[in-house]
Write a protein that binds this ligand. Structure first.
Ligand SMILES: [Zn+2]
Length: 99
């Protein structure tokens, strides 16, 4: 069984929240999501090593919009202009359980 999104909302300017269809609720600081962006500009495609310097992401980063990609992922348009990261639901749930 795959988990879906029941609702997506902004907890505050800096925090995204999702209620999953299995009843679990998660919240992420947008800066935290940006630091774990899975796109090719932030992670080396061959070595999977993160090339993005986490220090370069401001703690008060906000998002301009969030859009659904199919039925399995979200695309976040960050205010710093970065919007190439596709955050699969699986990745989002992994990021929620790591500090
Ligand atoms: Zn990226």
């Amino acid at each position: 069984m795959s988990v879906g999104v029941k609702s997506i909302y902004q907890v505050d300017r800096y925090t995204l929240g999702i209620d999953w269809t299995d009843g679990i609720q998660h919240r992420w600081r947008l800066a935290h999501l940006r630091r774990h962006c899975p796109c090719a500009a932030c992670v080396d495609e061959w070595t999977r090593k993160r090339t993005l310097d986490p220090e370069s992401v401001q703690e008060d980063l906000i998002a301009q919009s969030v859009e659904s990609v199919g039925r399995y992922a979200l695309r976040i348009h960050f205010a710093d202009g970065h919007d190439t990261g596709i955050y699969s639901y699986q990745l989002l749930r992994e990021l929620a359980s790591s500090p």
